[in-house]
Design a protein around this ligand. Structure first.
Ligand code: COA
Length: 321
């Protein structure tokens, strides 16, 4: 059975408070906090790319597990902000940076749901016997792709990386995940140019994140509830058995609405968007690593992670700590 062996995280030193954003766009700390639950975010230094953040998070996970990098069979990086467009994969850069000389490596592209997809991929590789130790990293530098003149988007995102090391165990469980996509909603959250559809920029702002916030909001509160109930039903577990729900950290109001639909108190969900904002594919592993460091997770706890984002994609993982 696959099992979490350790976690790691890295966030850049630079902290950007909400009030700094009011110097860039027409907004305020009061508006941002009351509409999102976000107070601050981390911003990568000019010399840092996504793989640099990922390597630091991954190193911490390896050190905590006492596992040499050469023992890794696979490095997975969930990211929407790769170092390079298309290739080489950020995971290959991370594999090299860690010295994981016997590992395969590839990126997983499922936007803010990327880590949920990556964790399931790691589980499946271990169950299939293809890999014994898999390092799963979510890492992003959204500060490079948001339009700092667009108040609808620039207030929401931040940079960071989290890592989870999966290995074998006889006594703990990692259940099959629930993964879904509604591609018909793809236009509500996308980068319009820079890919093969529209390779060249069509204007100064065209390569930045473009978002229909209300559409994404409505989608998110619907699929959080569905994903949680589906992953539990498929694996014969109940909501009251779950110790922690670790949601994608996009907006506290989204999580609060989903909690109300599930008739759950908000404190069953771990929340840290106040300090890190939405780090896309990195929010869930960052939260897990922070919870681990705070001693909030004990052996045997049932943990449910739930993600949603561009694609539109969504899904949930269920595992015993
Ligand atoms: N500061 C101040 N005012 C702002 C603002 C900002 N940063 N952004 C929008 N506003 C204004 C709007 O222009 C609007 O003004 P108007 O009424 O004069 O037109 C008003 O605030 C309300 O805008 P609205 O879009 O209805 O706000 P909202 O309550 O829906 O919150 C989001 C906007 C973006 C916070 C919310 O829709 C959201 O969180 N959506 C999901 C986004 C997300 O999480 N994306 C990533 C998913 S992985």
């Amino acid at each position: 059975m696959p099992r979490v062996l350790s976690t790691g995280m890295y966030v850049p030193e630079r902290i950007m408070e909400n009030h700094e954003l009011s110097g860039l766009v027409d907004t305020s700390d009061e508006w941002i906090y009351s509409h999102t639950g976000i107070r601050r975010r981390r911003i990568a230094a000019d010399h840092q790319a996504t793989s640099d953040l990922a390597v630091l998070a991954g190193e911490q996970a390896l050190i905590r597990a006492g596992l040499p990098a050469e023992n890794l069979d696979l490095v997975l990086v969930a990211t929407s902000t790769p170092d390079y467009l298309g290739f080489p994969s950020t995971a290959s850069l991370v594999q090299h940076g860690l010295g994981a000389s016997k590992a395969g490596a590839f990126d997983i592209s499922a936007a803010c749901t990327g880590f949920v997809y990556a964790l399931e991929t790691a589980r499946a590789f271990i169950v299939a016997g293809t890999a014994r130790h898999v390092l799963v990293i979510g890492a992003e530098t959204f500060s490079r792709i948001v339009n700092w003149k667009d108040r609808n988007t620039c207030i929401l995102f931040g940079d960071g990386a989290g890592a989870v090391l999966l290995g074998h165990s006889d006594d703990a469980g990692f259940y099959p995940s629930y993964l879904r996509s509604e591609g018909e909603g793809g236009s509500s959250l996308l980068r319009p140019t820079g890919g093969t559809r529209v390779p060249k920029s069509t204007g100064p702002d065209s390569s930045f994140v473009a978002m229909d916030g209300r559409a994404v909001y409505a989608f998110a509160i619907r699929v959080i509830k569905d994903s949680i109930l589906e992953v539990l039903a498929r694996n014969g577990r109940r909501l009251d058995e779950v110790k922690w729900i670790v949601p994608h950290q996009a907006n506290v109001r989204i999580v609060d609405s989903a909690a109300k639909r599930l008739e759950l108190p908000l404190d069953r969900f771990y929340l840290n968007m106040e300090d890190y904002a939405n780090t896309s594919g990195a929010t869930i592993p960052l939260a897990l690593a922070e919870m681990d460091a705070k001693g909030l997770l004990s052996r045997g706890d049932l943990v449910l992670t739930v993600g949603f984002g561009a694609g539109l994609s969504y899904g949930a993982n269920l595992f015993t700590w």
